[in-house]
Structure formats: C-alpha cells, structure tokens
Design a binder for this molecule. Sequence first.
Ligand SMILES: [Fe+2]
Length: 199
Amino acid sequence: MVSKHFELNLKRFLAAASDEFAAGTSPATRRTAQMLRSSGITIADTPRTPIHGNDAACSPPDEINMLLGREPQSACLTAAASVYRELDWYESTKSHTPYAEIIGPSSLIRSLELRFGLFLLYSDIVYPDHQHAADEVYIVLAGTGEWSLNREPYQDKTTGAIIDIPSLTVHAMRTAQEPTLMLFSWTGVDISFETYQFC
Ligand SMILES: [Fe+2]
C-alpha cells in the first residue's frame, strides 16, 4: 500500500515529466509525453520486480540529495525530490547503476508499452556501447553527463538536455566528477530486454 500523500506527489511528478518530454520533437518524446499524461495512478496489486531478476535492491542513492538544490532546478526535479525516497531502487547487474522504474511491465504502475523512471549515473562511470530494440529517451534532470551515439565523439549534456536514442542505435554514456540524474523512457515495438546487448 502506498500513502495518499505519495500518490499525489507521484501524480505531480508524472505530469511534470510529461511536460519535459513534450519539449522534445521526436516520435519517442511525443509518445512518452502522451502516455505519461494518460497514465492514471493505478498501483499494481501484484508484487513489483526489478527489470532483471537478479538486480539487487538498493537504497535511494545519496547522490540525488546532493544534486537537489542545484540551479537551475526544474519543476520536474522538485517533483522528483518529493517521491524518490519512496520508490523501488535497484542496482542494475548490467550497468552497475541505480534505477527506479516507475512504469513498466512489472513496476509500480503497469504498462506493456512504456518503461519510465529515474536513472542515476554515479561520477566517474563509463556505461559502454550497447543497443536495444526499444526507442530510448533520456532527459537530464541534474548534473552533467556525456553521450556518444553511433560511436561518434562524446557530447556534454546538462540539465534539460533531451537525448533521443532511436531503436538499435549504438550508444554509450559516461560521467566525470559529477553524477547525473535522468528521466528515462523506453517505447516502441519492443520494450523487452531480449535484444539488449553490449557491442
Ligand atoms: Fe540504452
């Protein structure tokens, strides 16, 4: 059971996240914005599970607290701050990075068409080249990260940046001294992890 207070804050967070995705121009950003707007807060009544069965549960990352209060602080970051401690955080066995999937096939809010949540890259991390069938979008909420798409040189991305990663694009991420907090979405014809591979 979740509290009414959490449910209200979660609703505000999803609305603020929808506005962030609506600022994008790609089919994936528009699709995500629309799905976030239409997703009611129906908390799943069956157990929530991590994206991969062996991802270990972890505490909400301290780095998020460190990133809060940084300027510019968007409405979405403020809304994220009000819910992140109550979300289910796991550390990915694939990338050794913490995530909280809020909407997804086995998450708090069930969907077979959308994965959405918060994702954190610790400082001094390299998340190497990989690809998957889903269209992925990252939106930087706080901190600075670098992205490489199609094995091209890394580009700096900071608060408000939208990183559009169409289906099967080879992509990598890395951080320097600063961690990066992001929204993520997976949409498209296949949001399973069956095609996920490092390359
Ligand atoms: Fe990815």
